[in-house]
Design a protein around this ligand. Structure first.
Ligand code: NDP
Length: 285
């Protein structure tokens, strides 16, 4: 069995957070205030509460001014739109996040469309996704950005590589496919209707699983020496597991991200980087 390099997402995320923390004082010196991030939560879903709190704490630790706004669960689209408009117009606010999922009476596309693209630090708006397609500067969704960072940090060759991304969501699979294509990888995006997924995966030099199905990707789906990036976070009776059977991947994959401690920590780290960068772009333009 050959060695599998385990990619340490915690260490990588800490480096990104540190880099932001190191750069904030120069921003403050230049603009007279820290970058400002506002997280909006509708309702009191416990998971959303935890995510929002974690993001706020990470922002504060990096020197970013963070504010949380919690709205009642029966907030209407009109009321939420009015708040987003207010935040769009507030010059001290550089980043606006609305925690998803939102209650049924609210529309996620309407929210993504309402946040000004220059303040959309999640990168989900049509404006930012359009910038990504065009290769123009903008906020890139945090998780795909984190995956690219882990691949680069581990020095995984991408140019000309066959990459299979399993999952075509707007927050992971689609933007990641664009980022990989921009790096001259040959990208195939697989999904629930893909035929012979195991066979397709076996041809991948880089295999990314972003599905949400515990340990769906088996060891025998993996080409020897491939880089395997497991984006999945699945809560099971056995604890937190990824979309890849990690034990089976060991000794077959050349590189592997663990769950937890792989891609997971990168998302908040790049939310901080996106906020600082969005603030810098907005205030110099
Ligand atoms: P979605 O549910 O939005 O998308 C899942 C994708 O997987 C869809 O494209 C779906 O195909 C595809 N899929 C489902 N079943 C199969 C199957 N049997 N074979 C092949 N493809 C399949 O999920 P997300 O992209 O939001 O998240 C994916 C995973 O990543 C989840 O575990 C989530 O928790 C995790 N995640 C982790 C983050 C982090 O690390 N910070 C951030 C975001 C997500 P189809 O389109 O045909 O339905």
């Amino acid at each position: 069995m050959s060695e599998t390099v385990i990619i340490d997402g915690r260490a990588a995320a800490e480096e990104v957070r540190e880099a932001v923390r190191d750069d904030v004082p120069a921003f403050v010196a230049r603009h007279g205030r820290p970058p400002g991030l506002v997280g909006v939560q509708v309702g009191d879903d416990p998971a959303s509460e935890i995510y929002q709190r974690r993001k706020a704490e990470a922002a504060e630790a990096a020197g970013i001014a963070s504010r949380r706004i919690v709205l009642p669960a029966d907030t209407t689209q009109q009321q939420l739109d009015a708040l987003i408009d207010e935040l769009n117009d507030d010059d001290a606010v550089d980043g606006v996040l609305v925690q998803l999922p939102v209650p049924d009476q609210l529309s996620e596309p309407a929210i993504a469309g309402r946040i000004h693209p220059d303040k959309d630090v999640d990168g989900f708006s049509a404006g930012n996704l359009g910038r990504l397609v065009r290769g123009e500067p903008g906020s890139v969704p945090c998780t795909p950005r984190g995956v690219m960072h882990l691949l680069d940090r581990a020095e995984v060759p991408l140019e000309g590589a066959n990459v299979v991304v399993v999952g075509r969501s707007l927050i992971v699979g689609k933007p990641l496919a664009l980022l990989l294509t921009a790096r001259s990888a040959t990208v195939t995006v697989a999904h629930s209707r893909t035929r012979d997924l195991p066979g397709l995966c076996r041809g991948a030099d880089v295999l990314v699983a972003a599905v949400g199905r515990p340990e769906m990707v088996r060891g025998e789906w993996i080409k020897r020496g491939a880089a395997v990036i497991d984006v999945g976070i699945n809560r099971t009776d056995a604890g937190l597991v990824g979309d890849v059977a990690g034990d089976e991947a060991q000794g077959v994959a050349g590189w592997l991200t663990p769950v937890p401690g792989g891609v997971g920590p990168m998302t908040i780290a790049f939310l901080l980087a996106n906020t600082l960068e969005a603030a810098s772009r907005r205030l110099v333009s």
